[in-house]
Design a protein around this ligand. Structure first.
Ligand code: ARG
Length: 603
């Protein structure tokens, strides 16, 4: 549950703490601060806030709660600052206190928003004591070379981009890292196979596309599983690659380039910026990982492999679980690379990024992996004090049947196809609507709108779910004009742009502001919740908080728009309402921007 405007809430909290009777303060052991237990009112008719503290303290100081509540109110009535901002408090039920903000105070608050070009959200960039030193690293998207990017990577890409945007807006320097899987045994396999069936592909750029590579990869894998000789040659290829054989490196580079081209097409369509720093980047640091772990006495040889045994978890049989650092054949693992990456990212430049906070956006299936990696990194002392690592997991994308998303023929869904379908359905919807409304629009308009709406819908459908749960992918639901969807939010903005087009100047500030209609007051109160929302997303790394807020705001705005006149209202109401339209538009635009969603003036 969100609270109204963070600064106002803080002010109220303080006033309440001071208003509690001395007996209450004295009764708290160890000089603990009094908590008035301030909460949003459970119903709008109770005002804006509810104070529950009198009830909890009643037992401690053996006084009836209503009596405590009354003495708190008596104190508050002597507090001028309080009286400026709030109506007289009211005791309710067994001893709650209901508090309502004065309209005059709401006006003070929205004026603050209007005078601030960040809608009241401070930037930490200018702060002296920043919580995090160095860049915040957001490790996201991270598909694997020579494999098709799947919907899991799409989720990581969309969620990661949104979190990076929120952190950037808050003033952090963010390093958006694409930890692509560009190293490992798959390359030995692939090169061996291509040498046999399409050797030219290994020396000529652009001869094969990602689709071909995926097919080759599948065939190579099959041969690898069937033939011992193939396995042997593949291993030799990996060794050659690791030793820096020029021809192997060139072939590897070529394969990476082909995949990169396809990935970039998707990133461009989604307007995602990433710095590619794949697994191969950490190759020179893998031996350091082993050396450090050896020095820290953490490394154990188990069945020929070098491992660290994890604390706090065990197998079903109760045996300790190892994190394998170096396999018996000398090869390194996915986990080893991640350890080298942590070590590098926390290290100070020029031997590292000097970060103090890293977040990893991957599917929940990798939770154990990160549990192990983080633990070993901590025990190896690679995570300096006051530095943090956090795995930001998300659930599966399911089809409407509740099973893993598949095409009709049972294949994995290609991202390109998925985005194309969203856009083409958005186009069909749009054309139907234009026809029904008797509108004719240019081809450019239709292309632009359907592209924006299609992409926005895919992104928003993903972001509006609590990321931890699985989510069901449904084109129909995500493209609907009603409900918690991108089209609904975009349409609210289009309505406001329409007001401006019809001659309503979206005012920035007017002299004599006054509001009396509940639709106005409710909209103002909703607008004032934006800052708390952004703080919550930053803290909990849950973009759905922002989506829910924007949905709520659009609903309150649409009630305002439908129920009271704006352009037809008399002055000063007209100008005052146009101020609210402007603030709503600015909030929706910024909010959607932080979700990575483009907005429209007309649709
Ligand atoms: N390439 C991995 C995959 O496709 C994701 C990498 C995530 N990042 C990391 N540092 N492990 O599953």
């Amino acid at each position: 549950m969100l609270e109204l405007s963070s600064s106002l809430k803080k002010q109220l909290d303080l006033a309440l703490q001071n208003a509690f009777p001395e007996e209450c303060k004295a009764a708290l052991a160890g000089g603990k601060a009094l908590d008035p237990l301030l909460a949003p009112a459970s119903k709008p008719e109770f005002g804006d806030f509810q104070v529950n503290g009198a009830l909890t303290l009643a037992k401690t100081i053996k006084q009836p709660p209503r009596q405590i509540a009354q003495s708190i109110i008596d104190q508050l009535k002597k507090n001028e600052e309080f009286l400026n901002a709030f109506e007289y408090p009211i005791i309710a039920g067994p001893g709650f206190i209901n508090i309502t903000i004065k309209v005059s105070q709401l006006i003070v608050e929205i004026k603050k928003l209007l005078e601030n070009d960040r809608l009241g959200i401070p930037s930490i960039a200018s702060q002296e004591n920043q919580k995090f030193k160095g860049p915040v690293i957001v490790d996201f998207s991270s598909p694997n070379i020579a494999k098709e990017m799947h919907v899991g990577h799409l989720r990581s890409t969309i969620i990661g981009d949104s979190l990076a945007r929120v952190l950037e807006f808050r003033g952090y320097k963010v390093l958006r890292l694409n930890h692509v899987g560009d190293w490992g045994t798959q390359f030995g396999m692939l090169i061996t196979y291509l040498k046999k069936v399409a050797p030219k592909a290994l020396t000529t750029p652009d001869l094969v596309n990602l689709g071909d590579l995926v097919t080759f990869y599948r065939e190579a894998k099959k041969e690898f599983d069937d033939s011992e000789q193939f396995q042997q040659s593949s291993r030799e290829e990996v060794v050659k690659l690791q030793q820096g054989d020029l021809l192997s490196l060139k072939a590897w580079q070529l394969l990476c380039d082909q995949s990169r081209k396809e990935f970039n097409k998707i990133y461009d369509r989604l307007n995602i910026k990433l710095i590619e720093r794949g697994e191969s980047f950490y190759n020179p640091y893998l031996q350091d990982v082993v050396d450090d772990l050896l020095k820290a006495n953490l490394l154990v040889t188990d069945d020929g492999a070098q491992c660290v045994f994890l604390e706090g978890i065990s197998s079903k049989e109760g045996k300790p679980l190892p994190l394998i650092i170096q396999k018996s054949d000398g090869g390194f693992n996915y986990a080893t690379t991640d350890l080298a990456a942590i070590r590098y990212r926390f290290n100070t430049p020029p031997n590292g990024d000097g970060s103090s906070y890293i977040i990893y956006i991957t599917d929940a299936g990798q939770s154990n992996h990160f549990y192990g990696v983080f633990q070993v990194a901590k025990r190896a002392k690679w995570i300096p004090s006051k530095c943090h690592v956090e795995h930001v997991p998300f659930g599966l994308v399911q089809g409407e049947d509740g099973k893993k998303l598949k095409t009709r023929s049972g294949k994995t869904v290609k991202l390109k196809d998925l985005l194309n379908e969203a856009v083409s359905r958005a186009k069909t919807d749009l054309q139907k609507r234009l026809k029904a409304e008797g509108r004719t629009e240019s081809m450019d308009f239709i292309e632009h709108v359907s592209n924006t709406v299609g992409i926005a819908s895919v992104k928003y459908a993903d972001l509006s779910q609590n990321r931890v749960t699985n989510y069901q992918f449904s084109f129909d639901r995500m493209l609907a004009l009603q409900g918690n969807t991108a089209p609904y939010l975009l349409y609210s903005l289009v309505r406001i742009a329409g007001i401006a087009r019809k001659g309503g100047r979206l005012e920035t500030l007017v002299d004599n502001m006054e509001f009396s209609q509940s639709q106005e007051i409710n909209l103002i109160k909703e607008l004032l919740k934006f800052d708390e929302t952004i703080f919550a997303v930053e803290k909990e790394l849950l973009p759905n908080r922002l989506c829910n807020y924007l949905f709520e705001l659009s609903q309150v705005f649409n009630r305002f728009y439908d129920q009271i006149p704006i352009l037809k209202a008399n002055e000063p109401s007209k100008s005052n309402r146009l101020v609210l339209c402007r603030l709503t538009a600015d909030t929706l635009k910024l909010g959607l921007n932080l979700l990575g969603i483009e907005t429209l003036e007309r649709m």
